[in-house]
Write a protein that binds this ligand. Structure first.
Ligand code: PGA
Length: 264
């Protein structure tokens, strides 16, 4: 469905990536706290700060925003000798609800994580009782080679392998074409819709039709106040994963577009 008919609650996340100082985090949190009590009722909003700033954000950001970790350890044990890692159990204990898994900077550019490792992260995160955003997306080369859908659907197939139907209420998918991340080159609403629809159809055929109807599929890649309204009109776009613009008050404008397009 290309026009918006769904009753799925919007899911909008701000991924701060590896950015910020104590001072800049405090000032951004103060900006975001202006949205206290003003969140659209049809939206769920989270922030994914760098792990080192999670405590600062948790202590100061109003509870209208949920928290996400940007990456998690893949093992099933709650604690152990995994220097530099954070287990899903530790994130959950801290009050973090969401985990990003397979962000393109983990999958492609920075950490080169495999489908198998990302699947372990999905399963470990769900086992700890947290919610997962499985990020998928094709490179420019793959798109130009006509392989975009095949690549994205394969990332989903491997990413969700072994997930129980009952756990799908704690999964969201983020479609983030790699060529649109941090480049200023956003996918057109039609390009994004086409992929979101293909993802939903794949889930319907290979997982469950009710799951396909309820799962939220976010779009990510150069989302800004100037392009979010047109993207949001698309029937299978259920929210956004925002990078650069989530480091600015622009993020609140993007959140507000799911209400009436007027910002918060
Ligand atoms: P961007 O990043 O909005 O800066 O393109 C999106 C993302 O990486 O999630």
């Amino acid at each position: 469905m290309d026009t918006k008919m769904s009753t799925r609650k919007a899911l909008i996340g701000g991924n701060w990536k590896c950015n910020g100082t104590i001072a800049s985090v405090k000032s951004l949190v103060a900006e975001f706290n202006k949205a206290k009590g003003a969140m659209p009722s049809n939206a769920e909003v989270f922030i994914a700060p760098p792990a080192i700033h999670m405590g600062l954000v948790a202590d100061n950001l109003c509870k209208d925003f949920a928290l996400s970790i940007q990456n998690v350890w893949s093992g099933k044990k709650d604690f152990g000798a995994y220097t530099g890692e954070i287990t899903p159990a530790m994130a959950k204990d801290f009050g973090v609800q969401w985990a990003l898994v397979g962000h393109s900077e983990r999958r492609h550019t920075v950490a080169h994580e495999s489908d198998e490792l990302l699947n372990q992260k999905v399963l470990a995160t769900l086992a700890a009782g947290m919610k997962v955003i499985l990020c998928v997306g094709e490179t420019l080369e793959q798109r130009d080679g006509g392989k975009a859908k095949c690549v994205v659907l394969s990332q989903i197939k491997y990413g969700i392998s072994g997930v129980k139907i009952s756990d799908w209420s704690r999964i969201a998918i983020a479609y983030e074409p790699v060529w649109a991340i941090g480049t200023g080159r956003v996918a057109t609403p039609e390009q994004a819709q086409e992929m979101h629809k293909a993802i939903r159809e794949w889930i319907s055929a290979n997982v469950d039709s009710k799951v396909a109807n309820s799962v939220r599929i976010m779009y990510g890649g150069s989302v800004k106040p100037a392009n979010c309204k047109e993207l949001w009109k698309m029937g299978d776009i259920d929210g956004f994963l925002v990078g650069g613009a989530s480091l600015k008050p622009d993020f609140l404008t993007i959140v507000g577009c799911v209400k009436d397009g007027a910002g918060l």
